[in-house]
Write a protein that binds this ligand. Sequence first.
Ligand SMILES: [Zn+2]
Ligand SMILES: [Zn+2]
Ligand SMILES: [Zn+2]
Ligand SMILES: [Zn+2]
Length: 110
Amino acid sequence: MGCQKIIVTNACGHSMAVSYAFCGGNHLNNPDTNRACYDITRPIVSLKKIVRYAIGREFCGPACRALHQGWYCCTCNHLPVRGYLDQDNRMVVHQTCLGAVHALCTACLM
Ligand SMILES: [Zn+2]
Ligand SMILES: [Zn+2]
Ligand SMILES: [Zn+2]
Ligand SMILES: [Zn+2]
């Protein structure tokens, strides 16, 4: 058996906290010993249990939220749009109806 690793993330999965669930075995129930127990019970890594929970609806920030849920673009009469992450400048952008690329700005609505 061994202790179980639990990863708790926010809605987008970018911020996470790791904890370990006590297996009830022959060691103390605290984060360090639970972690040690998880680490030594590793005959095959893929058999180890990792449980992931996404808690709540919190995103790390407006840009991340826009990326996942879309937003209302200020240059498109605030119609709902879906964007993508521009790889060069790391901004959330989308192609407007006029063919230009508009980055999420403070006039856009979430
Ligand atoms: Zn354990
Ligand atoms: Zn995020
Ligand atoms: Zn737009
Ligand atoms: Zn805008």
